[in-house]
Design a protein around this ligand. Structure first.
Ligand code: TC6
Length: 697
């Protein structure tokens, strides 16, 4: 294997050049190469200084995350940073692209730092459930003070070069070839007799109110533990000597590395990228994508149009009449004004998007030139079929016809056209210009290049796109229906919706199922229950108290009342007193004596229902791999990133225990709690969902 770190001398300067595509991660070979390069420079009597640079698109993007969880290999990164810092030679780093995590820690180990104006620096370990474990928590506060260091490490944000210069992370910002400007900088330092300068020798950061900082971090982290640990590591930097602080940092890092949260977050890091890598699409070119059509300008259609406009696609939106078209334009402009306020677009861009790029029309004939249409009309098969027949007639040959249905059969929709191979499901999540998930629903006859175009659209819109097969609710809503049912059963048996919501936000969900129901609109679930009523099995337990609420005209947030009551203009909510009355009435009718539930039991039942249905979704091939399900829950359903997703959670809990609980619950309700055959076979074989991920499905 070639050495990923090359060594050359330029006068009195040894240049260590890292070349480990794609992002110069600090693999063992890179660490060894840097260490050997330092040895060689120090052994060369003509060398007075060392310059470290990176090849390609980044200086260094951090430790090699693929090595985490494997046996540690020497030299370790903290030792390498100390080795660089303690060199008798003057050492500098010249940075471009990103310098992240261990990459910034290497740079902080050097004596001088220069960067390109476009460079960005950061310590994003927080997003992997870790802390900067190669001296970052000890060196950064010595440069920036404790408060700023904590802010940088807890946000994990990328700092622009100008700010890094102000903070003292950089000594100079200069445009040019990183190696050339680096050499000029070091030559200047040598000419001026600049001293070696070790960050570790700077005075420790002044103490702050550590307990307040710790509590503040944990509050912001919403259940993520490493944010608190980061504060403790910075506290050590302030209270202990450097060497002792480094030891403390190492101990805390190793603790976090073993934690389930870190395993969950690393799983999320790799799989949010892997999920759109479909082997069957290798070499399949997507179709052209310049202009898209959207049918329906309600919240969903307007959100999809907004996302497309922000991704520089032209949009033709069709509404049923002028009044509806004006309302749709209002919604889109409102969304874009939000983007303008947040600085995502400029005023001239806003003007161009709302005039040139967006067309509102009331006639399907306006769709003649679009490359893809997303239908976002009322969730009713007859209505959808009618729309698709019209699209078939109006759209050019090769145009892709997509439905944003969240439950309905895409094969049946495709059959309403003369070109089922061009039909696909593109299931967005509301608000569509904000939510990251896109389910790409592949029907029986969908052509491969149509699927590739679905993924291409997702990529352009900045989405995490996941392939789903056709079934009722696809991956996400099908699983939602199962865990929501488990929650409803617990309500019938005595847990209040408010205890359930609170137990689940305590677990880390962004919202509990009842608050989500209010937000989505209770009429959706009501409609679905009515649609499914005919096929219901006699043993199925279906609570009806929510139907009563809908019959009384309460559909959640939009009507001001649902499980909670909402005051107009306020985001705050209080429990709706009508709910316990409706529940009590139903319990009396069904002869149920309500019992107490612990928060732990609530979470366990909810998660077991989620895992069991998810296993069925994988087994039936609706989801390609367990990790695909995990990404759907993470990006569309508020599952905490540090949990990694339901199937990662199940692996970490131990599948045998999860199965045993499902079998136990089945003794009360054998109809609902049917253990997934896949779960049973994994337990029998001593395998995990992650084993299936590694095997590719
Ligand atoms: C750390 O440093 C801890 C130190 C303490 C130790 C004691 N390792 O995202 P992209 C891969 S923790 C291995 O598509 P972009 C990535 O999987 C680390 N692989 O590109 C992908 O592979 P694929 C702290 C990595 O331009 C490919 O590179 N650092 C690593 O949109 C391209 O990535 C971080 O957390 C890595 N460190 O974004 C930084 N990084 O092609 C994490 C990337 O097979 N990385 N890959 O799918 C990022 O944030 C982004 O990847 C990026 C580039 C901003 C570097």
């Amino acid at each position: 294997m070639t050495n990923p770190v090359t060594y050359e001398t330029q006068g009195a300067i040894a240049v260590l050049r890292i070349n480990n595509p794609p992002v110069n991660a600090l693999s063992q070979a890179v660490r060894q190469g840097l260490s050997d390069g330092m040895d060689r420079a120090e052994a060369d009597r003509d060398v007075k200084a060392v310059l470290i640079v990176g090849e390609g698109r980044a200086f260094i993007a951090g430790a090699d995350i693929t090595e985490f969880g494997k046996l540690p290999m020497e030299p370790n990164l903290p030792d390498l940073c100390t080795r660089i810092e303690s060199s008798p030679l003057l050492v500098a780093a010249s940075m471009h692209g990103v310098t992240l995590g261990g990459g910034l820690e290497v740079a902080l180990g050097t004596h001088y730092r220069i960067a390109q104006p476009t460079a960005r620096l950061g310590l994003p370990e927080v997003h992997l459930g870790l802390l900067p474990g190669a001296g970052g928590t000890q060196r950064l506060p010595r440069l920036t003070g404790a408060d700023k260091a904590i802010e940088i490490m807890i946000s994990g944000r990328q700092i622009k070069a100008a700010e890094a210069l102000e903070l003292g992370l950089l000594d100079k910002v200069e445009e040019g070839d990183p190696q050339e400007v680096g050499l000029a900088f070091v030559n200047e330092l040598l000419a001026n007799g600049a001293p070696r300068r070790a960050v570790s020798e700077l005075p420790a950061a002044a103490p702050i109110d550590w307990e307040a900082a710790h509590a503040g971090a944990l509050k912001k982290g919403r259940g993520q533990i490493n944010v608190g640990t980061i504060v403790r590591a910075v506290q050590a930097a302030s209270e202990l000597g450097f060497a002792e602080g480094m030891e403390r940092e190492r101990g805390l890092f190793m603790e976090l590395l073993q934690s389930d949260q870190s395993k969950g977050m690393i799983h999320a890091f790799f799989n949010e990228r892997a999920v759109s890598n479909l082997p069957e699409l290798k070499g399949v070119a997507p179709r052209a994508l310049n202009a898209i059509g959207v049918i329906g300008g309600g919240t969903m259609g307007a959100g999809i149009a907004t996302a497309a406009l922000l991704a520089k696609l032209d949009v033709v939106l069709i509404e049923t009449g002028q009044e509806q078209a004006d309302a749709a334009r209002g919604r889109i402009e409102g969304n874009l004004q939000g983007a303008l306020k947040r600085g995502k677009i400029s005023q001239p861009q806003y003007d161009a998007l709302t005039t040139k790029a967006l067309t509102l029309a009331t006639n399907y004939a306006s769709l003649g030139e679009v490359d893809l249409v997303v239908e976002a009309v009322f969730e009713d098969m007859a209505v959808k079929k009618e729309v698709f027949a019209k699209l078939d007639a109006a759209c050019k040959q090769g145009a892709i016809l997509a439905s944003n249905t969240s439950y309905l059969d895409v094969d049946e929709i495709a059959a309403a056209t003369s070109r089922p191979e061009d039909v696909i499901g593109l299931h967005f999540f509301s608000p569509a210009h904000v939510m990251k998930l896109l389910e790409v629903v592949v029907a029986d006859k969908t052509a491969a290049d149509v699927v590739a175009t679905g993924f291409e659209l997702g990529k352009r819109l900045g989405k995490i796109s996941v392939r789903s097969g056709v079934c009722d609710g696809f991956i996400g809503n099908r699983i939602l229906a199962a865990y929501r049912t488990a929650a409803d059963h617990m309500v019938l048996d005595g847990a209040s919706p408010y205890q359930i919501d609170s137990a689940l936000t305590g677990f880390g969900f962004a919202m509990g199922p009842f608050a989500v129901g209010d937000l989505a609109g209770l009429d959706i679930g009501w409609m679905t229950r009515k649609r499914k009523a005919a096929d219901r099995h006699p043993d199925e337990r279906v609570p009806t108290y929510a139907d009563r609420l809908c019959e009384e005209g309460h559909f959640g947030r939009k009507t001001g009342a649902g499980y909670y009551l909402y005051e107009a203009g306020s985001r705050a909510s209080v429990p709706n007193p009508r709910i316990p009355e409706l529940i009590a009435a139903e319990q009396a009718e069904l002869n149920i004596t309500p019992r107490d539930f612990s928060d732990e039991e609530i979470v366990r039942r909810y998660m077991c229902a989620m895992v069991n249905e998810a296993a069925k979704v994988v087994e039936e091939g609706i989801a390609r791999r367990p990790a695909d399900v995990d990404m759907v829950l993470l990006f569309g359903y508020g599952f905490p990133r540090y949990g990694g997703g339901p199937l990662k959670w199940a692996d970490l809990q131990g599948l045998a225990g999860v199965l045993a609980d499902i079998e136990h619950y089945a003794q009360e309700d054998a109809w609902f709690w049917k253990p997934a055959p896949l779960l049973k076979s994994l337990v029998a074989d001593g395998r995990s969902f992650d084993d299936l991920n590694r095997a590719g499905g």
